[in-house]
Design a protein around this ligand. Structure first.
Ligand SMILES: NC(=O)c1ccc[n+]([C@@H]2O[C@H](COP(=O)([O-])OP(=O)(O)OC[C@H]3O[C@@H](n4cnc5c(N)ncnc54)[C@H](OP(=O)(O)O)[C@@H]3O)[C@@H](O)[C@H]2O)c1
Length: 263
């Protein structure tokens, strides 16, 4: 059985560990406060390592799930314990494969970069994955299985990670804004806010499901809902006149642009 070690046991690691089948993977965790790590290990039904070095020695895959600003100091402690038969997986936002290779101080370390999203907390992350040339097919397949346990995994080129981070990482905030605005309109026209929010949330969820299940283009579904001279097309035209599409595209571009300035 493969052993997966998680360094840093916060929101994201906890979500992933909760989704993993403990009969298929041995799991070991390491935080920065041993009594807390032992308590978390008990709650998650996994093993606790005394320290990061012990975790690396016992693991086939090391998932670096600390904050990006903490990762360099954590990885620097591990350099002497890494080897080519261990695969590093980083979920840290903004750190590239090249940054990670540099931090691992190794020319041929197998490294995988994954970008999950907040929906991992309900087992429905949309994650992006990319590997360097030292990861073999079997390790890559296992890494994909780890993240499939909490949702879907998309293989994308590393140059597209910032775009992915905007349309899958930040977009839940934009979708919540859309839901809230529509629910507020419901309130304006007389519905209680809680009920309006539930109605809109269910409709957004089912509309997304319809898109995924039908494989249709979104615009063809818009056309199907819009009867000639009807109510829906009046709303569609109003959204168009108020630059709905352009406003959303600008928000995604602003998100991508902001990430460039954070580097
Ligand atoms: N949350 C998301 O939606 C999301 C999405 C995509 C990617 N990510 C990435 O996932 C990573 C983790 O994010 P998160 O949201 O899970 O953050 P988090 O909840 O703050 O978890 C980070 C964990 O690392 C622990 N930690 C701090 N210093 C450490 C050290 N030296 N050694 C070991 N553990 C240490 C923290 O412990 P204490 O709390 O005790 O300090 C905390 O439990 C980040 O790199 C982030 O970019 C997160």
């Amino acid at each position: 059985m493969q052993t997966i070690g998680f360094i840093g046991v916060g929101k994201m690691a906890t979500a992933i560990i909760s989704g993993l089948d403990k009969n298929k993977f041995e799991i070991i965790i390491s935080g920065h406060n041993l009594p807390k790590t032992k308590k978390q290990a008990e709650e998650l039904d996994v093993k606790a390592a005394e320290n990061h070095e012990e975790l690396v020695q016992q693991s086939d895959f090391i998932v670096l799930s600390v904050k990006p600003q903490v990762l360099p100091s954590v990885l620097s402690q591990l350099i002497n314990h890494l080897s080519k038969d261990k695969t590093l997986i980083s979920i840290a936002a903004g750190l590239t494969l090249s940054d990670l290779k540099h931090l691992a101080d190794s020319e041929n370390q197998p490294i995988i970069r994954v970008m999950p999203n907040i929906n991992a907390q309900i087992g429905q992350s949309t994650s992006a994955i990319v590997k360097n040339e030292f990861v073999d097919d079997s390790a890559y397949e296992i890494a994909q299985r780890i993240f499939n346990a909490v949702g879907s995994v998309h293989e994308i080129a590393e140059k597209d990670f910032s775009t992915f981070a905007a349309i899958a990482g930040s977009s839940p905030a934009f979708i919540y804004m859309f839901i809230d605005a529509m629910a507020r309109a419901g309130v304006l026209h007389g519905l209680p806010k809680d009920q309006a929010t539930a109605i809109v949330s269910e409709t957004v969820k089912a509309s997304a499901e319809m898109l995924l299940q039908s494989g249709e283009n979104p615009w063809s579904l818009v056309d199907k809902v819009s009867s000639p001279g009807g109510t829906t097309v009046a709303g569609v035209v109003s959204l168009e006149q108020n630059h709905f599409g352009g406003t959303v595209i600008d928000a995604i571009s602003a998100t991508i642009e902001r990430e460039k300035h954070l580097k």
